[in-house]
Design a protein around this ligand. Structure first.
Ligand code: GAP
Length: 437
């Protein structure tokens, strides 16, 4: 049943222009996906909400957009060239590769039953050759996490903004991982996007801020409309934690293919700043004006994946019901209005009545000046237009009908209940804006 839900969401995402396979006309490229007009709008709305909540509305946060291609030395210092790896096994017959930690039987290939070779550690970083000559020291890497862009800019932020502890540096951007087995639609991909914060603190405060960020992360999940019942916190045991972490909680979500990691919260100590100080020779300490002492701050890291957010949002929003009193089935996305790709659709009741079309255009133009994410549709009958908007999660539809021409009122339809109310055009914008919050 749950697997069927995933199939339905994948089909809707393709049918309605949210997500397409990467390089599709050439047979695709595993672990890559392209985002169509509605997908990019949904992703942008999620990222904007995150940026507003964690950067714009705070005084202690500094935004950053660091380069994706980074010096190989960064990844040596951070420990990623050595330890950022998953155990991999290859089938000696069909040559397919699997993540060893996901296999029940380590001897037999799950695809062809051939013999599996012994597991090897497979590094997930994507190397890139820079320049015309391929030399060892010219190997750079596509960043495996956005976090390192933050650590290598720590001194730049300190020198230009002189922040006092505690403060954070936040970044949204692409990261790349050569996953052995990309799978489950956009859940495990090779090109991903992360929204990350490195929050710099006094070492003794780490428990306080770990708890603080745990709550902030839950609040973000609440704001994007993920149901509490589908979110679980998993305290990661020491032997399973990343090499830099002294404590990690994974926020897991009930995906149709299992309860799996959505986000991570880690206490990275002073690991990264210390390593980069030592390897680069640049002093990455912080001078405390009050105590007149230098220290290497410790770090709490809330990390959010954009694709996993989008998948959890789509799965949570997907709904089916019957509407219209005649057992007519409909599919709708119950998206939280603030992240819906389209907020309002405006329709003339009939396409072939110039008075209605002109009035609908005028309403559309006025609303569009104030509300981003608005669309005009006069294609097909009104019932079909409602269904099309329901399916992409548009919270409100405004219809201009013959009564509008008499009394300047329109119908405002609510996506979830399908109920319509008559509203004065003069108060329409304020009413919708209020309900979009
Ligand atoms: N800076 C810490 C870090 O990168 P991580 O647990 O490896 O930690 C953080 O990744 C988040 O990035 C995950 O919780 C998940 O949301 C997302 N993520 C990681 N690998 C991913 C992949 N292959 N595909 C999609 N999202 C991924």
């Amino acid at each position: 049943m749950e697997e069927i839900l995933l199939d339905k969401v994948v089909a809707l995402a393709k049918r309605r222009g949210f997500v397409f396979q990467g390089s599709e006309i050439y047979g695709g490229l595993a672990g890559t996906w392209d985002y169509g007009p509605l997908g990019v709008a949904l992703k942008n709305n999620i990222k904007n909400l995150w940026w507003k909540m964690f950067v714009e509305e705070r005084e202690d946060m500094y935004g950053l957009d660091a380069a994706i291609i980074m010096n190989g030395k960064v990844w040596q210092a951070s420990g990623h060239t050595e330890t950022f790896a998953d155990p991999m096994v290859e089938c000696e017959e069909c040559k397919k590769r699997f993540r060893a930690d996901t296999l029940a039987d380590m001897k037999k290939c799950p695809e062809c039953e051939g013999k599996l070779a012994s597991p090897k550690q497979f590094n997930l970083l994507f190397p890139v050759s820079m320049g015309a000559v391929k030399e060892d020291n010219s190997t750079a890497y596509l960043r495996g996490e956005t976090a390192q862009g933050i650590f290598v800019n720590f001194k730049n932020i300190i020198d230009t903004f002189h922040p006092r502890l505690p403060f954070g540096i936040a970044q949204i951007g692409k990261a790349f991982r050569n996953e052995i087995a990309p799978r489950d639609f956009i859940f495990r991909v090779r090109e991903l996007e992360q929204m990350e914060i490195e929050y710099f603190i006094y070492p003794n405060d780490w428990e306080k801020y770990f708890e603080y960020w745990r709550k902030e992360m839950l609040e973000f999940m609440n704001r994007i409309g993920l149901p509490k019942t589908k979110i679980h916190e998993n305290e990661i045991a020491e032997e399973d934690r990343a090499h830099y972490s002294k404590r990690t909680i994974d926020f897991e979500f009930d995906y149709p293919f299992g309860t799996k990691e959505l986000y991570g919260l880690a206490y990275r100590t002073d690991y990264d700043l210390k390593k980069h100080s030592a390897e680069s020779g640049v002093d990455l300490s912080y001078f405390d004006e009050e105590t007149k002492e230098r220290l290497i701050p410790h770090v709490i890291e809330p990390s959010f994946g954009v694709e996993r957010t989008m998948l959890a949002v789509l799965l949570s929003a997907y709904s089916e019901d019957e509407i219209g009193g005649e057992g007519e089935k409909r599919v709708f996305l119950k998206l939280t209005p603030s992240i819906a790709p389209i907020k309002v659709a405006v329709f003339p009741l009939l396409k072939n009545k110039p008075d209605l079309v002109a009035k609908a255009r005028a309403v559309y133009t006025t609303l569009a000046e104030e509300i981003p994410g608005i669309t005009f549709d006069d294609n097909g009958n009104i019932g079909k237009r409602y269904r099309r908007q329901d399916e992409i999660g548009t919270p409100f539809c405004v219809t201009i009908d013959f009564q509008t021409l008499d009394d300047d009122t329109v119908t405002l339809r609510d996506r979830d209940s399908g109920k319509q109310e008559r509203v004065d055009i003069s108060g329409l914008e304020a009413l919708i804006k209020g309900r979009l919050q």
